[in-house]
Design a binder for this molecule. Structure first.
Ligand SMILES: Nc1ncnc2c1ncn2[C@@H]1O[C@H](COP(=O)(O)OP(=O)(O)OP(=O)(O)O)[C@@H](O)[C@H]1O
Length: 282
């Protein structure tokens, strides 16, 4: 299977001379959820801005859906790759939710019929029926973020980039983000997450790319990356608290990396069954 996004030996040097990403190779396939992790300034945003053509490589090549991003218009690429900004206020600017939802489709010059069909689908998925006439700025930040995500979903790009989706969200908002990532994946989209939220990555146990000082230093499932003390230390990352806690529980199988309470409980139950078996044998 060909990758949908192919990053081949890509570097980006900004006009001020800063090398923000260096010699990156990365293939992203259909239906993958990929988290990009790394400390501030490590190059995460610069990397993903190449996926929708906001930036182009100063060295190397990127293809998205077989299109060379250097040769395509940003408008074409933004129909394939949607970018949900960290701050929904940077994305919502129209006075009604309904206008926000249709803006992207209209901007891409879709017919009225197609726009209506796509917006209706987004309204359905995000259950926005009662909010269509509201002003996005009258909604709370979690609801406004959902409107921003729904307006990207209306375009139905193959790839959805979520930049720090849980930042500034309360517990309910964070849970909703997790649900939405799963919903995007279940609808066949590729989801790329830029995040510092280790709990979110732990819950998803998704493919995790770690950036450090402009370079990619790890690319594996979250449980494998989180168990790699050298990588985690180098990138200045801490696994979710639950993983550190589980590492202290000597009666758990320490060959595994525990990312959620659920996984710890499952292991405890398995241990219990095992010890009952042993007890009944002796
Ligand atoms: N427009 C720009 N012009 C010049 N340098 C930039 C520009 N944008 C980012 N940089 C620099 O490129 C490097 C990588 O920045 P980038 O924003 O990609 O990192 P990041 O990992 O996304 O950081 P953060 O977590 O803080 O958002 C940093 O040194 C940053 O100062």
């Amino acid at each position: 299977m060909d990758p949908y996004i192919s990053v081949e030996n890509v570097s980006h040097v900004y006009s001020n001379g800063v090398t923000a990403i260096k010699d990156i190779d990365l293939d992203i396939y259909e239906k993958e959820v990929v988290a990009i992790l790394g400390s501030n300034g490590s190059g995460k945003t610069t990397l993903v801005k190449h996926f929708n053509g906001l930036l182009t490589p100063t060295k190397g090549k990127i293809t998205v859906g077989n299109l060379n991003t250097k040769k395509e218009k940003v408008s074409k690429l933004s129909s394939l790759v949607g970018y949900v900004f960290q701050n929904p206020n940077h994305q919502t600017f129209l006075p009604k939710v309904s206008q926000e939802l249709s803006y992207g489709c209209k901007n891409l010059k879709m017919s009225e019929e197609e726009t209506e069909e796509r917006v209706n689908k987004a309204v359905e998925l995000f259950e926005l029926h009662d909010r269509l006439d509201e002003n996005p700025f009258d909604l709370n930040s979690s609801q406004r973020k959902e409107v921003a995500m729904a307006s990207i979903m209306a375009i139905s790009p193959q790839v959805i980039i979520l930049d720090e989706p849980t930042t500034g969200q309360d517990h309910k908002g964070c849970k909703r983000v997790l649900e939405l990532v799963r919903m995007f994946r279940d609808h066949g989209h590729i989801v790329v997450l830029i995040t510092h939220d280790m709990h979110l990555i732990g819950e998803l146990n998704c493919r995790t790319v770690v950036m450090h000082q402009s370079e990619k230093i790890a690319d594996d499932q979250a449980d494998v990356v989180f168990a790699d003390k050298e990588i985690m230390g180098k990138a200045g990352l801490q696994p979710p608290q639950i993983t550190s806690f589980a590492n202290e529980l000597s009666h758990l199988d320490q060959s595994k990396t525990y990312l959620t309470i659920h996984s710890i409980l499952e292991s405890m139950k398995a241990n219990k069954k095992e010890s009952v078996k042993v007890a009944s044998r002796s």
